[in-house]
Ligand binder design. Sequence first.
Ligand code: ATP
Length: 361
Amino acid sequence: MSLLELHDLAKSYGPVAALAGVDLAVASGTRTAIVGPSGCGKTTLLRLIAGFEAPDRGRIVLDGEVLADEAGAVPAHLRGIGLVAQDGALFPHLTVADNIGFGLARHAERRAERIAELAYIVGLDAAILKRRPHQLSGGQQQRVALARAMAMKPRLMLLDEPFSALDTGLRASMRKAVAELLEAAGITTILVTHDQAEALSFADQVAVMREGKFWQVGTPRELYLKPKDRMVAEFLGEALVLPARIAEGFAETPLGRIALETRERRDIARIMLRPEQVTLERASRQEAAAARPGLLYGEVTESEFAGASCAVAVKLLNSPDPPEAAAIGGRPLMLRKAGVDAPAVGEVVLIRVVGTAHVLA
Ligand code: ATP
């Protein structure tokens, strides 16, 4: 059952259409991630759901209750929605403990205990509970904001880049801890992030936003492996987009014949492979010169080491068929491989494709 429903939500600031008609259903107890380029309307959407702004058009329904439509809007503090803003938005005059406990009754039983528990959950040292926000780092402020929002036990939690001020290791562990925590508390969550990997690993549902609209909404797997178009494909990770001739469940491509998941009808199309679907095995020039039909060899022309990964450019040595080879205009394939044991410039490699290709719109 949907906890949150958005119907044709629109909001403009003067001539800027920040939201241009957004529809979304968020199932109860799930996590949705919204990704999209800067300025596409992500924060505006969260502010509308939280009740800090009113939509120009459309309807917001939470748990069957209309929160906003043309007739009016329920005030933010009555919505039961938690929002962790990008900058944390802490109360500067309150201590960390009082910020976290803001939504808890002053004389609530176990108040101090609950505050300490929340601080512990978000990884904050008890020693900083007496400090004020200006005495904290950006990452600590975000964690206080998260603990404060959790304390209120919201029906819906909105997270606007809550992990952005944290370094890589802490970011991953916080993300996991927060996901577990929200799940245990049964809190439905919407996360806005710039980090594609974060969106894919955190969420049950991902929405890719562009120019105030959702371009594609689906499971992380659907969006990563079956993006609607090149924009979604490249937004969610590195993609190898190749021209292809389509026939009977196969694509004839510059990398040879690759199976398709569906029987497409189009003749000419663009197909997408994720770089991890292309494997490179070291080979020799002699093997490449005497290549059996169907085996494809290349020469590494660039190899840029970046720690865990390495960007490798591979020039094809024996493309399967001149029209397909001509289609990529002799440009090398750009692949990202594991940094360990990546092939060096000048090495000859045997190229294989794993899995099926996806036809782009
Ligand atoms: P980012 O990822 O950079 O935070 P975003 O996707 O969250 O961006 P929004 O902050 O929602 O984008 O902004 C969407 C558009 O609306 C932008 O063009 C922005 O400049 C504009 N905008 C947002 N808030 C206002 C405002 N209060 N007044 C005028 N324009 C605004």
